[in-house]
Design a protein around this ligand. Structure first.
Ligand SMILES: Cc1cc2nc3c(=O)[nH]c(=O)nc-3n(C[C@H](O)[C@H](O)[C@H](O)COP(=O)(O)OP(=O)(O)OC[C@H]3O[C@@H](n4cnc5c(N)ncnc54)[C@H](O)[C@@H]3O)c2cc1C
Ligand code: FES
Length: 264
């Protein structure tokens, strides 16, 4: 019987800094995740951490991870160079409900590094013209804006509001909390066929969801993604459990009807 906890080693193809503490790692792999899933990324003798898939290409055989340097494992990952090896197991968790989004109008709101898990979703929706898509991104300040070049490319053809909490919007960003700009979204002019995806810090997700509900969006049409301390990632250890819900198995993506109980 194979050991489900045993990671395999994969080569780092490129490392692209996105901010002083957030780097994009592209890894050569035959693993085939879907948008919204995560993998356990590890370094031998250091430990492992769940990291969302920030993009992938099954045909070309690579996955990208946006990793924020915050502790033991992520510090060790930042010491690696192109050509070095990293260990992966997974993919784990559910993916964004693309089937449900077919032909729908979709708003994607991401705060800070929450842009990483929605990046493959955004690319899929942009490449599928049957969707009406609108984007709302919130960052702390200019320095923490991630995927700047991609954001600029997306905004050529997709309506977008980009906000910074403080400082000045040097490139025309709106200044203030991202939640303040929800009523300005064009797609909210009609609530027909509207789905909303919110990914970011828990408080941001909660208050954003409440603002969408205030604007008339029903809870069934709101989706969020959770980051929660994990260990096994396969429903065995209970580290990620909130009440009866295993975030690693039942999530990380939840409909707001369920998520609202987990966010409180
Ligand atoms: C489903 C899911 C998806 C995720 N996706 C991503 C992703 O795409 N990118 C990403 O970067 N992260 C992601 N995370 C979060 C990531 O897994 C955690 O940040 C992880 O714990 C980092 O591991 P670490 O060993 O580097 O940090 P740890 O050493 O475990 O530190 C974790 C936290 O503890 C704090 N800490 C560490 N040491 C100390 C100390 N001595 N005193 C006080 N505080 C301390 C750190 O500031 C940090 O906030 C995700 C988590 C989940 C559950
Ligand atoms: S992380 Fe072990 S049960 Fe979810």
């Amino acid at each position: 019987m194979s050991n489900i906890y045993l990671p395999k080693k994969y080569k780092i193809l490129s490392i692209t800094p996105q901010s002083p503490i957030e780097f994009l790692f592209k890894v050569e792999t035959d693993l085939k995740p879907e948008a919204g899933q995560f993998l356990q990324v590890s370094i031998p003798k250091v430990g492992e951490a769940p990291i969302s898939v920030a993009d992938f290409n099954h045909k070309e055989g690579w996955i990208e991870f946006l990793i924020r340097k915050v502790g033991k494992v992520t510090d060790a990952v930042f010491s690696l160079e192109i050509g070095d090896h990293i260990f992966l197991r997974g993919p784990y968790g559910n993916s964004f409900p693309l089937e449900k989004f077919k032909g729908k109008r979709v708003v994607v709101l991401a705060g800070g590094s929450g842009i990483a898990p929605v990046r493959p979703l955004i690319k899929t929706l942009i490449n599928n013209p049957s969707h009406d898509l609108e984007l709302l991104f919130g960052f702390k300040d200019q320095e923490s804006i991630l995927f700047k070049k991609e954001i600029d490319a997306w905004r050529q053809n997709t309506p977008m509001i980009l906000t910074v909490d403080k400082g000045c919007g040097l490139d025309g960003e709106c200044v203030g909390l991202v939640t303040e700009y929800i009523p300005h979204l064009k797609l909210l002019h009609s609530l027909d066929n509207l789905e909303v995806v919110i990914v970011g810090p828990p408080m941001m997700m909660k208050f954003s969801a409440l603002e969408f509900i205030k604007q008339g969006v029903s809870e069934e049409n709101i989706w969020v993604s959770f980051e929660r301390n994990m260990s096994c990632a396969v429903g065995k250890c209970g580290h990620c459990k909130i009440d009866e819900t295993y975030i690693c198995l039942d999530g990380p993506i939840f409909n707001y009807t369920k998520a609202k109980k987990l966010l409180d």
